[in-house]
Design a protein around this ligand. Structure first.
Ligand SMILES: [Zn+2]
Ligand SMILES: [Zn+2]
Length: 646
């Protein structure tokens, strides 16, 4: 029998007979305790089942329930069991489409004439639990594509037949557990008994293959964990996330709206949302100005020819809105601001002496998104990027990237975000620019990250075709990650627009261009902020910082006086002088999450003071109008500088 050699994670080499299964190898090579937690293995770069035979020399690592890959295997297996349960309950009236694992769980798409009801979802979950109790093994089979097509045709599963025909492979693998068989690459759990913590979450519609011209299917979402405790914690988290949903809070707090008449994905900022946005914009502009940036404004449309020069029509055309004709010239809405900033650069000759140029703009762009993909403020068709472009020499790169990171983290901190995931993406296979440039830029990004003391993960080959980039994801209070900031070096656009500067040597050179956004888009960032704070914004951001409430009509004059004086002192104050019970007014202000309630009765009128109630129900000692205005000024300052995020 042929012997083969396995290299273990420790670097140790072991010899086993060829054809040994993973499970057998694990018995030999792995400690008892770890073995009980092993669900699959990695052979070189390939994840395989425990039942897979090992035929050649390879690196070998067991996948235990703590491995990063383990949840995906568990959840993908849960998707198969969900499909098995649905077929068991609804039989011939259902066709199964696809069922992958996703970030927080898994889904399976079903074609069924009748929509699933909430009761159906409960029955499906109960059936899944029955199947889990049977602990049927997942068995892998390989066969010719033709045989697989015949098999699925016989069982009337036409989606699988379509997938197989498109796949056009010689042989395919199928997985079988119980009575259910699915076209699948695997790997899977050894058996369904591992699915001790599984839950059907919700139902949604999804077009077959994401194509709106194809049939709308029913997508059943679920999740699964190895430990029931983790499932419980996750379910609590989704409850909390529902309460914080920015679409729900946006409506309740009257921040923004979307109107059918205006069109989907186009945000209408209501007065309070507009004020919140203005506060954020002012803060952003001030911080940029302080950090050596200059502010730009550019138009929303440009000649189609410019988008040809920039390459957007070739590389980005499908995300752009259709052209419009103006005096027989074709124009198009902007999906990005970059070419406009280049236009400003190219208005005259540039010298190395004015570098680095740091130009920023809150630039509104328009991108086509399918109606089905739109989501509140998070995914829209018109949005404002907090954009900036830096034009500099290659030897400026490291310092400029460092400065960007510095400003970036400072601004995120002022908004209460101090946990990040940082990624550095390097040169992809298809790319422009010389090896030397890529090497230099990638090193500059690395050094800047290290100098800033930021831990980062490498994303090899995931850079944009025009240059390497840094992406920063922020973590919100629920631990969810949001991609916001991006810093990208670009060797492409300066070339396309023939940008030059006169160097120290008196010759013309091509500048380096850096694209950069900190928040990403104002819309999305505000969506994240709403959910992060559950609408209870810190004082410096709150559109209404205080609301005045009188107890009886006897205090109306004094209330008006307090209102006028606070507004003049720059406090964002509202008044509720309706003839309603105080408790009712307080409850409404609390629902609106207003930080301070200023309660005015006879006592306050007499002492010319205000009683201050916090949104958590606590009271502050009575104070004068200027004292309260000073309190707000201190809070504004603390918020803007990131000193506190209360
Ligand atoms: Zn599968
Ligand atoms: Zn750009």
């Amino acid at each position: 029998m042929t012997e083969i050699s396995l290299t273990l994670p420790s670097g140790e080499q072991k010899t086993i007979p060829a054809g040994t299964t993973v499970a057998e190898a694990i018995k030999e090579l792995v400690s008892n305790k770890e073995r009980k937690q092993t669900i699959a293995a990695r052979l070189d770069d390939r994840l395989v089942d425990l039942s897979a035979p090992i035929e050649a020399d390879a690196t070998f690592a067991p996948i235990t329930i703590d491995s990063p890959e383990a949840l995906e295997i568990l959840r993908h297996s849960a998707a198969h069991v969900m499909a098995e349960a649905v077929l068991a309950l609804f039989g011939k009236e259902v066709q199964v489409a696809i069922g992958p694992a996703i970030a927080d769980g898994f889904y399976y798409d079903f074609d069924r004439a009748e929509p699933f009801t909430p009761e159906d979802l409960a029955r499906i979950e109960a059936k899944m639990q029955e199947l889990v109790a049977l602990a049927a093994p997942f068995r892998r089979e390989t066969m010719s594509s033709a045989q697989a097509i015949e098999l699925f045709e016989k069982s009337g599963q036409s989606y699988k037949v379509e997938l197989l025909k498109d796949l056009d492979a010689e042989t395919v693998s199928l997985y079988r557990q119980g009575d259910f068989v699915d076209l699948c690459r695997g790997p899977h759990l050894p058996h369904a008994g591992w699915l001790k913590a599984v839950k059907v979450i919700k139902l949604a519609g999804a077009y077959w293959r994401g194509d709106e011209n194809r049939k709308m299917l029913q997508r059943l979402y679920g999740t699964a964990f190895f430990d029931p405790k983790d499932l419980k914690a996750y379910l609590l988290q989704i409850e909390e996330a529902k309460k914080r949903d920015h679409r729900k809070l946006g409506k309740e707090l009257e921040l923004f709206a979307v109107s059918d008449q205006v069109g989907p994905g186009l945000i209408l900022w209501q007065p309070k949302g507009a004020l919140l946005r203005k506060i954020i914009e002012d803060h952003w502009r001030e911080e940029h100005y302080r950090n050596g940036y200059e502010l730009l404004f550019t138009p929303h449309i440009a000649k189609r020819d410019m988008w040809k020069t920039s390459g957007h029509l070739d590389f980005y055309g499908e995300n752009m809105f259709s052209p419009m004709e103006i005096e027989e010239v074709s124009y198009q809405l902007k999906p990005m601001n970059c070419p406009f900033h280049i236009g400003i650069y190219n208005t005259r000759k540039r010298s190395y002496r004015e570098f680095p140029l740091r130009w920023c703009e809150l630039g509104t762009v328009y991108r086509f998104e399918k109606t089905g993909a739109l989501h509140g403020l998070m995914r829209v068709r018109g949005f404002t990027q907090d954009d900036a472009h830096i034009f500099c020499r290659p030897d400026h790169l490291e310092e400029e990237i460092f400065n960007i990171l510095d400003l970036n983290l400072h601004i995120l901190k002022t908004f209460g975000f101090e946990n990040y995931e940082v990624y550095l993406s390097t040169r992809p296979e298809k790319s422009v620019g010389s090896d030397e440039h890529w090497e230099q830029a990638t090193t500059a990004l690395k050094l800047a990250l290290e100098k800033k003391g930021l831990a980062y993960a490498l994303d090899p080959g995931e850079g944009v075709f025009y240059g390497p980039k840094i992406d920063i994801k922020i973590k919100d209070v629920l631990g969810r990650s949001w991609q916001c900031s991006t810093i990208q070096v670009d060797f492409n656009l300066p070339e396309r627009f023939e940008m030059t500067y006169t160097g120290e040597d008196g010759k013309e050179h091509q500048p380096i261009m850096i694209h950069r956004a900190l928040m990403g888009s104002l819309e999305r960032f505000i969506g994240v902020l709403i959910e992060h704070y559950a609408g209870a914004f810190p004082v410096w951001l709150a559109p209404a910082q205080a609301r005045i409430m009188n107890i009886t009509d006897a205090q109306i004059d004094y209330s008006e006086e307090v209102y006028t004086e606070l507004r003049r002192s720059g406090v964002r104050v509202e008044k509720d002088l309706r003839n309603e019970k105080l408790n009712y007014k307080i409850r409404e202000a609390q629902m609106q999450k207003i930080p301070y309630m200023l309660i005015l009765g006879d006592k306050e009128v007499e002492a010319r003071q205000i009683t201050v109630r916090l949104r958590n129900g606590d009271n502050l000692p009575a104070m004068s109008i200027p004292e309260f205005a000073a309190l707000i000024a201190r809070e504004n300052e603390a918020g803007r500088t990131g000193a506190c995020n209360s």
